[in-house]
Design a protein around this ligand. Structure first.
Ligand SMILES: [Zn+2]
Length: 268
């Protein structure tokens, strides 16, 4: 589900295979979310979950709970979030804390930088081995979030250690990315303008560009493995990424490359 009031936000309903257990992720605009859920979907919601505290992700927490109560939902719905800055958060998971949601296994990967309380949720269905990750405003398809409460060292650690290792190499090409916003087109434009300028220079980017040109929604279509192939924020040692930021002899620290890349993107 998506809306355009902020910057094309996504809200996700994550459900177990039997559809009896769900998490509702970032339902900031409850007025728009509620009519899009069937009564059995609403009944299945076990938790409202935030990827971080920004209003365009967490503002609907209390109104969602009230809506669900009005429908006579009997059991308590938790609010899982990274900090108490998310309205009415009841549960603040630790880094790498696990949850069971019906048949699904979920790992909370804390990724402080965009906000101190940013969390990515990696989900695995152990029966089908289907996997995905909800990345909020930390990782976008072809990009990453702004460093509002962190710096380049932290974003490098968030993307290139915590997410990468949290998901685990055997799962990179299985794990579909579901970000907090649809920013793929502008991310592709940035990469084309500054990093891989010619067609054929990066085949994965060529494919992403084609897809983004034809589709309004790109969430769930690309994996962590794809990101590692075209996302410059996850390719800090690539000579073409270094060249794009002005580090012609590849001598800069990774954090400086990260920060300069983000500044370039901010100026676009
Ligand atoms: Zn945000």
């Amino acid at each position: 589900m998506r809306w355009n009031t902020g910057g094309v936000n996504y809200c996700y309903l994550l459900s177990s295979q039997d559809k009896l257990n769900s998490w509702l992720i970032d339902p900031a605009e409850s007025d728009e979310v509620i009519p899009n859920l069937t009564s059995s979907e609403r009944q299945s919601i076990k938790a409202i979950v935030n990827t971080h505290h920004h209003y365009d992700h967490s503002d609907g927490n209390m109104s969602m709970i009230n809506e669900l109560k009005q429908e006579g939902k009997r059991f308590v719905v938790k609010i899982v979030a990274g900090s108490k800055s998310s309205p009415d958060a009841t549960e603040l998971p630790e880094h790498l804390q696990h949850y069971k949601l019906g048949n699904l296994d979920i790992t909370c990967i804390r990724t402080p930088c965009h906000t101190v309380d940013s969390i990515c949720y990696h989900v695995k269905d152990p029966e089908t081995n289907e996997q995905c990750i909800f990345t909020g405003d930390t990782l976008f398809i072809g990009g990453c979030g702004r460093f509002f409460e962190g710096n380049g060292v932290q974003m490098d650690e968030a993307l290139n250690e915590r997410i990468i290792h949290g998901v685990g190499e055997p799962n990179w090409n299985l794990t579909r990315v579901y970000p907090g916003h649809e920013y793929t087109k502008s991310n592709v434009k940035f990469i084309r303008e500054y990093v891989y300028q010619e067609l054929g220079e990066n085949e994965a980017l060529d494919n992403l560009e084609k897809y983004a040109d034809k589709h309004e929604m790109t969430c769930g279509e690309f994996t962590i493995d794809d990101e590692l192939k075209y996302n410059p924020f996850m390719r800090l040692d690539d000579p073409l990424v270094r060249k794009a930021v002005g580090d012609d002899d590849s001598s800069w620290k990774r954090s400086k490359v990260m920060e300069t890349l983000r500044k370039l993107k901010n100026s676009m």
